[in-house]
Design a protein around this ligand. Structure first.
Ligand SMILES: [Mg+2]
Length: 126
């Protein structure tokens, strides 16, 4: 069965790009456009990996990630923060908030599949 990845990203172009790349690698990809939808879908799907944009209107990625990490149902889900250039140096803040890792934007699309595979494999070993 394909591993499930949830992309939470408000930018249409980024969302489509990540989705296309990961579907090409046969992952079962779902998408959400803001934190609220992301939290709802994460609870429903319990994905193997969540890529969570931080800057989103409404509920942002930081708030959504913290809700998921504090909920016993979803606290073990692996969540990677997608951080912007402006957040450089703030990465520790995301790890402290419970995110498992972070990926700086612009995301290197050649690197993305390899990183995703690493995270999914790491999850399998833990
Ligand atoms: Mg954004």
């Amino acid at each position: 069965m394909a591993q499930k990845i949830l992309i939470v990203e408000d930018n249409d172009n980024n969302r489509s790009l990540f989705q296309d790349i990961l579907r090409f690698y046969d992952y079962d990809v779902s998408v959400a456009i803001d934190g609220e939808e992301g939290v709802a879908l994460a609870r429903e799907l319990l994905p193997d990996l969540i890529l969570m944009d931080i800057q989103m209107p409404g509920m942002d990625g930081m708030a959504a990630g913290q809700i998921l990490k504090r909920d016993p149902l979803t606290c073990n889900l692996k969540i990677i923060a997608l951080t912007s250039f402006a957040m450089q140096g703030d990465e520790q803040k995301f790890l402290a908030a419970g995110f498992d890792d972070y990926l700086s934007k612009p995301v290197n699309t050649r690197e993305l599949p390899g990183r995703v595979k690493e995270w999914l494999t790491a999850e399998g070993l833990s």
